[in-house]
Design a protein around this ligand. Structure first.
Ligand code: ZN
Length: 230
């Protein structure tokens, strides 16, 4: 399982030859130097309707024919643009080419904020991507919530957690370290920081907090464009 980071919350997870792109904020992402034309995913998962997460999802789907996966309301929105889309909701799981995709809760908003009128984009979510090679939790944008411990940590038990640490719009490093302690993954990768000045953070501070409070969890800090092989 290969997990590549493109800055912000944009990741591509490749497992069993299936390429899953999550929150592809690429062309307007000030820290990402990968051209949007380079992406050839099979599936694109969108955690919520904000422009820095939905990003280039529709353009990439249109060019590649990739299946868009999002909450019901965003899925209806995608379908109305003529794109192939599958809607889900919190707690549900589907399987694509042997890779499980589960939608889980996130404490955030999801309005579509880049159209002329801001319209409802359903509820924000996270995803758990699951294959024989491992289980990855992409938290989306979220604050700390107790189901990270009681549901995601206790029941779904991901091997790897991708957690936002930028603060202001999501958890900051302290809450994200608490989340890591609750979820108890083998590895944690910080995301949603240093894209813009308002979410500037030192990921090493997060790593030190996790090391102190959850010594069995290792923090993996990726460079933008870098990947981690699990
Ligand atoms: Zn957001």
């Amino acid at each position: 399982m290969r997990i590549q980071w493109f800055g912000h919350s944009a990741f591509e997870i490749t497992s069993s030859d299936t390429r899953i792109l999550l929150d592809p904020f690429i062309s307007n992402n000030p820290v990402c130097s990968t051209a949007v034309e380079e992406f050839e995913p099979d599936v694109i998962c969108v955690t919520h309707g904000h422009a820095d997460h939905l990003g280039d999802a529709m353009e990439i789907a249109e060019r590649t024919g990739a299946l868009l996966i999002a909450n019901h309301e965003l899925s209806v929105f995608f379908s109305r643009q003529g794109l192939e889309s599958t809607g889900m909701n919190i707690g549900g799981k589907i399987s694509i080419d042997g890779v499980g995709i589960r939608m889980v809760d996130a404490k955030h908003s999801s309005d579509i904020d880049f159209t002329e009128e801001v319209t409802s984009g359903g509820s924000a979510c996270g995803f758990i991507i699951e294959s024989r090679e491992g289980k990855v939790y992409h938290a989306g944008d979220t604050g700390l919530f107790a189901d990270m411990r009681d549901v995601i940590g206790e029941i779904y038990r991901p091997d790897i957690a991708l957690l936002p640490i930028g603060d202001r719009y999501t958890m900051g490093p302290e809450d994200a370290a608490v989340a890591a302690g609750w979820i108890k993954p083998e590895k944690v990768l910080p995301m949603h920081y240093n894209t813009f000045p308002v979410i500037e953070q030192n990921p090493e501070v997060f790593a030190e907090l996790v090391e102190r409070t959850s010594p069995r969890t290792e923090v993996v800090i990726l460079d933008v464009g870098g990947f981690y092989e699990y």
